[in-house]
Design a protein around this ligand. Structure first.
Ligand SMILES: Nc1nc2c(c(=O)[nH]1)N[C@@H](CN(C=O)c1ccc(C(=O)N[C@@H](CCC(=O)O)C(=O)O)cc1)CN2
Ligand SMILES: NCC(=O)N[C@@H]1O[C@H](COP(=O)([O-])[O-])[C@@H](O)[C@H]1O
Length: 224
């Protein structure tokens, strides 16, 4: 089975008020950067928000690799601009666990410690989760446990809720059910479309994801 690997390298929120102002520096150990692997299927705006948080010094981390599963995914262009290696694994070429085994091999090749799903639209299995226990994070465009699944924004509109938002959680085998790290709420406007509501949610996603990564690292550091 040939892997459709394409390695591309080239050139370049709702924090809880109880956290101290220097939380981000403290949270990420203040010293050795976190080694992140990003899984993304599409646009990659959350990848870019994390890259920007690192560049600004808000998050003490480095992105070792971006893994994507759709040919032509815009995240690949964004990775190139940020000088981050991007590796393509075509999910259509593998069964679910085989895909995860390919992903694990790439993550290990790039010395990744934290797996950041950022618009990763494939359900992952124990093949990946067991290799990174409590270190696979996901961002979801609703206030979990409401509106689990791949159509959370549309489902919120259909339910006519007045408030929705986004959630960063630790991924568990059961989809969108792992421990919640951080959430942010946004209003639903009467004339919202899925696009306008998603755009409002993504402003908050980009704000909280870097902070949630730092929080997860702090919690892991404090609980041996
Ligand atoms: N084991 C887990 N895997 C994933 C989780 C998780 O919490 N546990 N989060 C999802 C992200 N996600 C919602 O946040 C999500 C993504 C995709 C799907 C889904 O039904 N995917 C289909 C394929 C859809 C497609 O390719 O367009 C599938 O995998 O068969 C549900 C939820 C990421 N993975
Ligand atoms: N169920 C998973 C899901 O819907 N995830 C969502 O995909 C988008 C990816 O955007 P991005 O590619 O611009 O980061 C994000 O809004 C994320 O919450």
């Amino acid at each position: 089975m040939t892997s459709n690997r394409a390695v591309v390298t080239a050139t370049p929120s709702f924090i809880s008020p109880i956290l101290p102002s220097n939380f981000m520096q403290e949270a990420t150990g203040g010293d050795r950067p976190l080694k992140l692997g990003i899984l993304a299927s599409g646009s990659g705006s959350n990848f870019e928000a994390i890259a920007e948080a690192i560049a600004s010094g808000e998050l003490n981390a480095q992105i070792q690799v971006v893994i994507y599963n759709n040919p032509g995914a815009k995240v690949c262009d964004r990775a190139r601009r940020w000088n981050v290696p991007a590796v393509f694994h075509d999910h259509r070429q593998y069964k679910r666990r085989q895909l995860d085994a390919q992903i694990v091999a790439t993550l290990q090749e790039y010395d990744v410690e934290w797996v950041i799903m950022a618009g990763w639209m494939r359900i992952v299995t124990e093949v990946l989760i067991d290799q990174f226990p409590n270190r696979v994070l996901n961002i979801h465009p609703s206030l979990l446990p409401s509106f689990r699944g791949a159509r959370a924004v549309e489902d919120a509109l259909q339910a006519r809720v007045k408030i929705t938002g986004c959630t960063v959680h630790i991924a568990a085998l059961e989809v969108d059910s792992g421990p919640i790290l951080m959430q942010a709420a946004v209003p639903v406007m009467p004339d919202d479309t899925p696009e306008t509501l998603h755009a409002r949610i993504q402003v908050e996603e980009h704000r909280i994801y870097p902070r949630a990564i730092a929080l997860a690292a702090q919690q892991a550091k404090n609980s041996p």
